[in-house]
Write a new protein. Structure first.
Length: 122
C-alpha cells in the first residue's frame, strides 16, 4: 500500500445510472422520516475482478437492509478512457439491478482518477 501525497490531485465522477431501479418516493407521513427510515450508507471498493463481485455479493446478502444506500467506488487511471468508463458503467448497472432485487437497496457509484503526472528518472 502506497502513501498518498497531499499535493496529489484526485478527481471523481459520479456514474449516472439509467432508470433500471424504481425511484423511492419521499415519505408521506412525518413519522416516517428520521433515522429509522433513512437507512445506512455502505461503501464497497470494486473493480472488474472476481473478488470484487464476491465482496459485493457478501455485502448485499449479509450486510444490507431495506432503505440502505450502497456506494460503489472504482479507481481508474483516467476518467477520459471511454472503454473503461463504459465497461464500468455496464458493470454498475448490472450490480444495481441485482442489489435492488436481492436487498431492495439503492446504489450509487463514483469513479476516482489520479491525474498527477509522475516524473520518470532516466
Amino acid at each position: 500500500m502506497e502513501t498518498v501525497m497531499e499535493d496529489e490531485e484526485y478527481n471523481w465522477s459520479e456514474v449516472k445510472l439509467h432508470s433500471l431501479i424504481p425511484v423511492v418516493p419521499e415519505p408521506e407521513l412525518d413519522r416516517e422520516t428520521g433515522e429509522r427510515r433513512r437507512g445506512r450508507d455502505i461503501v464497497i471498493a470494486i473493480d472488474h475482478g472476481p473478488n470484487s463481485k464476491h465482496a459485493f455479493d457478501w455485502a448485499v446478502t449479509h450486510l444490507c437492509r431495506l432503505a440502505d444506500t450502497l456506494h460503489l467506488v472504482h479507481a481508474v487511471s483516467s476518467l477520459k478512457n471511454e472503454i473503461v468508463y463504459e465497461a464500468t458503467q455496464g458493470l454498475i448497472e448490472k450490480l444495481a439491478v441485482e442489489a435492488f432485487s436481492v436487498a431492495m437497496v439503492s446504489l450509487s457509484m463514483w469513479l476516482y482518477s489520479n491525474y498527477v503526472q509522475m516524473a520518470n528518472d532516466f
